[in-house]
Design a protein around this ligand. Structure first.
Ligand SMILES: [Zn+2]
Length: 341
């Protein structure tokens, strides 16, 4: 997709931002993937040449996307790979003036490929500290259950979260497909994670209907919802989200690329906002969907017909609904205000 530009482009870039829905492996840039492919040349189908990689990253359909995604997962073989990936993501976010990001990390997929949970957590923490030191961007983790792997993955993810408990861990999530993966089965895992002080942030209502969002609220204690766009089909649910101030993490380009919505013109973001549902704009798997957080703000500003004031308010929303402490939120909001003046 060609990058959109608007009168707000410079402001979008200049504003300090928070990114609340972005996946770890899904954020691997072609450059990072090329480096990892070169490191493991001969044992991976992924090309190490960035030019060939651009073709490799052109998806024919959602199944192809999953295939490519998993081939990148297969390149993450040791703690150095984890640290390289994580550090590069932090640097990419910093280049967009993202000052705080909650990265959805799936330790299970690395642990079953032979990386010890402790080493995995040390690697992401090491990268987190280096990103903060070198780029001034704060990374935090949401450990998510890969839903397609079912209860064994849920058990393992919870155990990793609770026994390793890296300092950057703030939330517990649930990703992967929704069809055939009912949310209520994970209620005990979310209850245990919440009892341990982790925030509940499951994906729901991305590719299925509003009932999945209700399930995430009622059975998983969701404090924010990954995607949740199906809420637009249910007035009572939108009123509930507005009333309880439960934000949806909306990733417009992702929704089009995965076929969750037919095209941007049909994206329900305007209905959600009109109903008073809090939303945060996010990028999901940006290089894989040929987007960036900057681009997602362009799209959102266009869909919502925002002026500069409206855009700043949208950017502030991500800070407000983040899991930072009040002092850190206030500091970032003050920096946003300083740009706006
Ligand atoms: Zn996601």
């Amino acid at each position: 997709m060609a990058p959109q530009t608007s009168p707000l482009t410079d402001l979008i870039a200049a504003l300090p931002k928070a990114e609340l829905h972005v996946h770890h492996v899904g954020s691997a840039s072609p450059e990072t993937v090329a480096r990892l492919a070169a490191r493991h040349a001969g044992s991976s189908p992924v090309p190490a040449d960035p030019v060939l990689l651009a073709d490799y990253f052109t998806f024919t359909d959602f199944a192809h996307f999953i295939e490519v995604y998993l081939s990148v997962v297969d390149l993450i073989r040791d703690p150095d790979d984890v640290a390289t990936l994580t550090y590069d993501i932090g640097a990419d976010l910093a280049r967009q003036n993202v000052r705080y990001a909650e990265l959805t990390v799936t330790p299970y997929t690395s642990v079953i490929r032979g990386i010890a949970a402790e080493a995995f957590c040390e690697a992401i923490e090491d990268a987190r500290h280096r990103v903060a030191r070198d780029h001034g961007t704060e990374l935090r983790w949401i450990f998510d259950i890969p839903g397609e792997s079912g209860l064994p993955a849920a058990d393992a993810t919870l155990e990793i979260a609770l026994t390793q408990r890296p300092d950057g861990l703030v939330g517990f999530g649930l990703g992967g497909p929704e069809v055939g993966v009912p949310r209520p089965q994970f209620a005990p895992h979310f209850a245990a994670a919440r009892a341990a002080g982790l925030h509940s942030v499951p994906h729901a209502g991305e590719t299925t209907g509003p009932q999945t969002v209700w399930d995430a609220l009622e059975h998983l204690g969701a404090e924010r919802i990954g995607h949740g766009i199906a809420a637009a089909q249910d007035e009572r649910l939108m009123a509930h989200l507005a009333d309880r101030q439960i934000a949806l993490e909306v990733c417009p380009t992702s929704n089009v690329r995965t076929g969750a919505v037919a095209d941007l013109a049909e994206h329900p973001l305007p209905q959600l906002v009109a109903a008073g549902v809090p939303v945060t704009i996010a990028s999901d798997d940006p290089p894989m969907f040929s987007t960036t957080l900057l681009q997602e703000y362009e799209v959102a500003a266009d869909l919502l017909q925002l002026d500069a004031t409206g855009l700043v308010e949208l950017v502030r929303q991500s800070v407000r609904f983040s899991f930072q402490g009040d002092a850190a939120k206030a500091a970032l909001l003050a920096e946003i205000d300083a740009v706006q003046r």
